[in-house]
Design a protein around this ligand. Structure first.
Ligand SMILES: Nc1ncnc2c1ncn2[C@@H]1O[C@H](COP(=O)(O)OP(=O)(O)O)[C@@H](O)[C@H]1O
Ligand SMILES: [Mg+2]
Length: 244
């Protein structure tokens, strides 16, 4: 079943077409990787899909429901969650409190939220940090907290914006394993933007390549990453770190 249908979405910022006529679909239970050079429009595309910005044109359907231009909380209730490239937890709150706030935003009662949040904290491997103030977390912990806050809404589809960025290779592997279990054990559909090609190759069922706001190509990971047009689009970029 097609869970997410994005059709011809576009967004301009003062004449710059940041996202230009982008379409794609995601099957329930699958993993779509989105790649492209810096400035290609990946984060803007997430903003359009998750309701942070209304598209100028085009439509977004989630499980058959039109959510184009809907507010983030409505889209969240419809089953979509996202992480942010620039993380913004409440620094003075503990890890557990941050996740409990997210759980309450998703409709949990004040009474139930802490216990439900604790399950999510365990799920992402932050048990040891549960009562730590989140501003004291190392990057890897902040990334996991960002994931936990998104999972707190119990999404059917999760959009991940560079969750592996800033992690050293030894920290990436367990996060990739966690993402795999979210799909396998929880049936969560994943759409992830990532620069680390090893992760794209390992996790993706299919890959969408953006360049200058447009879809350059899409298809199976090994096929797409060997496409000369894709290699060309990355020329001049920092070489992608080969991870595990
Ligand atoms: N809020 C904004 N206002 C103006 N320009 C923006 C805004 N957000 C993104 N852009 C521009 O849109 C283009 C795509 O940015 P972005 O979606 O962040 O790319 P990516 O995530 O692929 O690196 C860039 O040229 C960026 O400067
Ligand atoms: Mg980005």
């Amino acid at each position: 079943m097609t869970l997410l249908e994005v059709e011809s979405v576009s967004k301009s910022f003062r004449g710059l077409r940041a996202v230009d006529d982008v379409s794609f679909t995601v099957e329930e239970g699958s993993i779509l990787g989105i790649i492209g050079p810096n400035g290609a429009g990946k984060t803007t595309l997430f903003n359009l899909v998750a309701g942070a910005l209304p598209p100028d044109t085009g439509s977004v359907r989630l499980a058959g429901t039109d959510v184009t231009g809907a507010k983030p909380h409505r889209i969240s209730h419809a089953g979509m969650a996202r992480t942010f490239q620039l993380m913004k937890p409440f620094g003075s709150l503990s890890v557990l409190e941050n996740v409990a706030v997210a759980r309450m935003a998703a409709g949990a009662s004040r009474r139930r939220a802490p216990a439900e949040a604790a399950d999510v904290v365990d799920r992402v491997g932050l048990t040891r940090w549960r009562d730590a103030r989140s501003e004291g977390l190392p990057t890897a912990g902040l990334k996991r907290l960002e994931l936990a806050r998104a999972l707190a809404s119990r999404p059917r589809v999760l959009l991940l914006d560079e969750v592996l960025a800033g992690l050293v290779p030894a920290e990436r592997t367990p996060v990739m394993e966690l993402l795999e279990t979210l799909r396998r054990d929880d049936g969560i559909t994943l759409v992830f933007v990532e620069h680390i090609m090893a992760a794209v190759m390992r996790l993706s069922d299919s890959v969408l390549v953006l360049d200058q706001g447009r879809v350059l190509t899409s298809g199976e990971p090994h096929q797409v990453t060997q496409d000369p047009r894709v290699i060309e689009a990355y020329l001049g970029e920092e070489p992608t770190v080969a991870g595990p």
